[in-house]
Ligand binder design. Structure first.
Ligand code: PFF
Length: 523
């Protein structure tokens, strides 16, 4: 081995944080996957895309795309022992920028994600007194969000949101500062079992409501014609990416804190199925509740309005809670579930950002969490704790998911297939420690099938956004919160690789993947 080649020093590797146990990692991975997306995004997406028939593309997307991508994230993170920029720089120095792109994606997701958790926190308390009164829709937009004009940037704080938002950030900063095992692992071990108990209680209550079966019929009755619609398949893939948290650095980061002897594929399968089971459970709970609402209104579930995203949770559910015997408790269970599910995902998003700076600059977890946490919190409160909130959230969410996340996943596939062909090495790595072996088919999926599908997802969306903009928002708005945000992301990813690595990362100018003995560094 040439003298110029630097090998990751043992000191670096032994000082890297790690999960307390394999179970700790598993529960944290599940905690990251189960999030707001499962409870408020999945039911609406399923409803709009063929109801019961959606389960078919959804399961296919899980098996053919979600789980293989999860394994890719695990393999890269575990083998190269780094947050996305470090791990990808170790794959090929020129691909570090993609790692920073992933970090930036997590940054922009978490600043609005935190706001929704803050809303849910307030709504948990509101549930007890049904503080939204008789008009939950008006309450939500006028009194709660104070979104007077949908598209205006203002710095007028809405204290009812800004304060719980600050609280959410303080808790997150403390958890990240405590580190992987004492912070993230600890909180997910508490929150996830609690979430399951609360959520099951809510679902049982929902199933006993009159009309529940009509809702379930709507959810499970397949509209097979939907399967001929390409958009339905794309929606299924997008949901899987969102829901499993794959392709943009989260699982790569989490896997980098695993010890050498870790069962990667087995854990991945359990995490993936746990996430989807919870998602389907959420669909059952939400649809049973919608069935009840239709029953109250003497209509059918298809005729209901506001059954996706923000409106579903913050308008339709309060309406239902108003009518329901025992609604206060039901509401508190529902919103507390959102908070619990949200917080364990939020820490995973922040850890990607914090971990990346720890690796690059050599910051401790305390320092990274404080400095970056404050930056994130300021951006988050500035945009989403003010009257700018809702429309900005909708726009950022759309652009970051349709372009940021899909672009990141596609780049990852291209890196390991074309730029530094390493699929075989990664597959062997997966199989060395894991009980369930990844076959050659895995290479075919990552190397061909998935990237082709991702191109089919990305291109039409790009064309559409360029030619028609997004929703009814004026162009200056989407240019600011859509393209503007992506431009910042691009500049950030281009600039960060220019900074020098901290010595512990051991990426010298002559760093070369082939010459590093990766087995040595692991304990
Ligand atoms: N998987 C989590 C969820 O479903 O809410 C966390 C998350 C990941 C949210 C990625 C949003 C996102 F774009």
């Amino acid at each position: 081995m040439s003298e110029m080649v630097s090998k990751p020093a043992a000191s670096d590797q032994t000082s890297r944080q790690s999960w307390g146990t394999q179970y700790g990692f598993l529960i944290a991975a599940i905690g990251s996957a189960i999030g707001l997306g499962n409870i408020w995004r999945f039911p609406g997406v399923a409803y709009q895309n063929g109801g019961g028939a959606f389960i078919v593309p959804y399961l296919i997307a899980l098996l053919a795309i979600g789980l293989p991508m999860l394994m890719l994230d695990y393999a890269i993170g575990h083998k190269f022992r780094g947050s996305p920029p470090l791990a990808l720089a170790r794959v090929n120095r020129r691909t570090e920028a993609v790692g920073w792109w992933q970090v930036g994606v997590c940054f922009f997701i978490v600043v609005y994600y935190a706001a929704i958790i803050a809303w849910a926190l307030r709504y948990t308390v509101f549930s007890f007194t049904r503080a939204w009164g008789n008009d939950p829709a008006g309450f939500f937009s006028d009194k709660f969000l104070q979104a007077q004009d949908t598209t205006s940037i203002s710095i007028t704080p809405v204290w009812g949101i800004a304060l719980p938002l600050i609280l959410v950030w303080v808790v997150t900063i403390i958890l990240i500062a405590l580190g992987i095992s004492r912070g993230i692992e600890w909180i997910t071990k508490i929150c996830i079992p609690l979430l399951v108990v609360l959520f099951i209680a809510m679902v049982i209550k929902a199933l006993t409501l009159p009309g529940a079966t009509d809702g379930l019929n709507k959810f499970f009755t397949p509209d097979w014609s939907a399967l001929w619609n390409g958009k339905v398949w794309i929606a299924a893939v997008a949901q899987i990416f969102y829901s499993l948290s794959v392709g943009f650095g989260i699982m790569m980061t989490y896997a980098s804190y695993l010890k050498k002897r870790s069962n990667l594929t087995g854990t991945g399968l359990v995490a993936g199925f746990a996430n989807s089971s919870f998602e389907i459970l959420a669909g059952i709970g939400v649809f049973a509740t919608l069935g009840y609402m239709a029953h109250l209104q003497g209509t059918s579930v298809d005729k209901l309005e506001n059954i996706s995203g923000v409106s579903l949770s913050f308008i339709t559910f309060p309406q239902i809670i108003n009518e329901m015997p025992g609604g206060a408790i039901f509401g508190a269970l529902f919103f507390a579930s959102l908070v619990l599910a949200g917080i364990t995902s939020m820490v995973s998003l922040v850890q990607v950002v914090a971990g990346a700076f720890q690796d690059k600059i050599g910051w401790t977890s305390k320092r990274a969490s404080l400095i970056l946490g404050i930056v994130l919190a300021v951006v988050s409160v500035f945009f989403f704790g003010t009257t700018t909130g809702l429309a900005a959230l909708d726009t950022v969410d759309n652009y970051i998911n349709t372009i940021g996340v899909v672009g990141a996943a596609l780049s990852l596939c291209v890196i390991v297939t074309v730029i530094t062909p390493s699929l075989r090495t990664l597959r062997i790595h997966l199989n060395v420690t894991s009980a369930v072996k990844a076959g050659k088919w895995w290479e075919g999926l990552i190397g061909f099938v998935i990237p082709v599908l991702l191109v089919f997802m990305l291109v039409p969306n790009l064309v559409d956004l360029i030619s028609h903009g997004y929703g009814d928002y004026p162009r200056w708005w989407t240019n600011t919160f859509g393209w503007g945000m992506l431009a910042i992301l691009l500049v950030f990813s281009a600039v960060m690789p220019r900074l020098k690595w901290h010595k512990s990362a051991e990426i010298s100018p002559s760093f070369d993947l082939e010459n590093v003995d990766w087995n040595k560094e692991e304990d």
